[in-house]
Design a protein around this ligand. Sequence first.
Ligand SMILES: NC(=O)c1ccc[n+]([C@@H]2O[C@H](COP(=O)([O-])OP(=O)(O)OC[C@H]3O[C@@H](n4cnc5c(N)ncnc54)[C@H](O)[C@@H]3O)[C@@H](O)[C@H]2O)c1
Length: 285
Amino acid sequence: MITETHTIAVIGAGGKMGMRVSDNLAKSAHTVSYVENSPAGRERTLAAGRDLTDAATAVADADIVVLAVPDLALGPVTAELVPLMKSGAIVLTLDPAAAYAGLLTTRDDVVQAVAHPCHPSIFLQRQSPAEWADTFGGIAAPQDAIAAVESDDETHRQIVETTVRAIYAPVVDVHWVTVKQLAQLEPTLVETVACMVGALLAEALHETVHTMGVPEDAARSILYGHVQVALANGLRGDNPFSDACLIAMDYGRESIIKEDWKKIFRDDELDRNLARMLHLDSMGR
Ligand SMILES: NC(=O)c1ccc[n+]([C@@H]2O[C@H](COP(=O)([O-])OP(=O)(O)OC[C@H]3O[C@@H](n4cnc5c(N)ncnc54)[C@H](O)[C@@H]3O)[C@@H](O)[C@H]2O)c1
C-alpha cells in the first residue's frame, strides 16, 4: 500500500471533474490547492469549504498538477502553467485526446501523464445502496482506472498512481497503458462504440413508445432486463442467445451496422475522430 503524501494542485477545481476529484482529495492526507477562474466555479469551490489559490502559487509548489479544465482549454492552460512548474513535477490530464493530439505544452523536465476513470463495472458486486447509486464512480462504488505516464522513472509512476487512487477513489486496479492506447480506449472503444450504443438504446426505446405505440412502462421494463442479458451473454458468455434471437440479431446487424465499421480502429480514423472532438482541422502531431 502506498502511503506517501504529495503536494497537488487542481486546476479547474469548480468544474464537473474538478469538484469530483477535489471532494476526494479534500478527504486525503495530501496537501492540495484549488484553482478556478470562472465565477460559478469559484463559488462552487468556496461553497464546498475549500480555499482558492492563484494558479502561479499553486503550480510552483506542486509535485503533480491535475488539469480538470475542458479539453479545448488544455493547450492554452499548459502554455501558461507548465513553464511555472518545478523541475521533475508531473502534469496530469484527465483525458488522452489533447495529449495524444500533441496540443499540450511540454518541458523536458516536466512529466506528462494522463489518467481516466473506468467507471464501476456493470458486473461489480455492489454491496450497499450507496454503491448501487454510484454509477459514475469516485463516491462509493469501486472502479479501476487507466493511466499513462511518459517517464521510465518509478517515482513518477508512484506519484501518478497515488494521485489516481486518491482522485478516483475507491480504486481497485490501475492499468498502465501508453497515451495512444488510452486514446484507443477512450474515445474509440468506450465513447465511439459503448456510449453511442447507450444513446441508440434510448432512441430505440423512444421509437418503440412514440412510433409503435407500446406502453412506456412495458417497453422500459423489457429493455432494461434485456440490456443486462445482452451484456452478460455478449461480454461474459453467461448464457447462449436463443436460436431465434441470433436470427433477429443478424437482422439488426445487417440493418443498422455499416459493413466497414471496423475502420474506427485504424490510426487515421482515430485521428479524424480526435480532430473532430478537439475542433481541429487536422491533428497537430
Ligand atoms: N465530465 C466527465 O464526465 C469527464 C469524465 C472523465 C474525464 N473528463 C475530463 O476532465 C476534464 C474536465 O472536464 P469537465 O467535464 O470537468 O469540464 P467542466 O467544463 O465541467 O469544468 C472545467 C472547469 O475548468 C475551469 N477552467 C477553465 N479554464 C481554467 C483556467 N485557465 N484556470 C482555472 N480554471 C479553469 C472552468 O471554469 C470549469 O469550472 C476534461 O479533460 C475532460 O475530458 C471529464
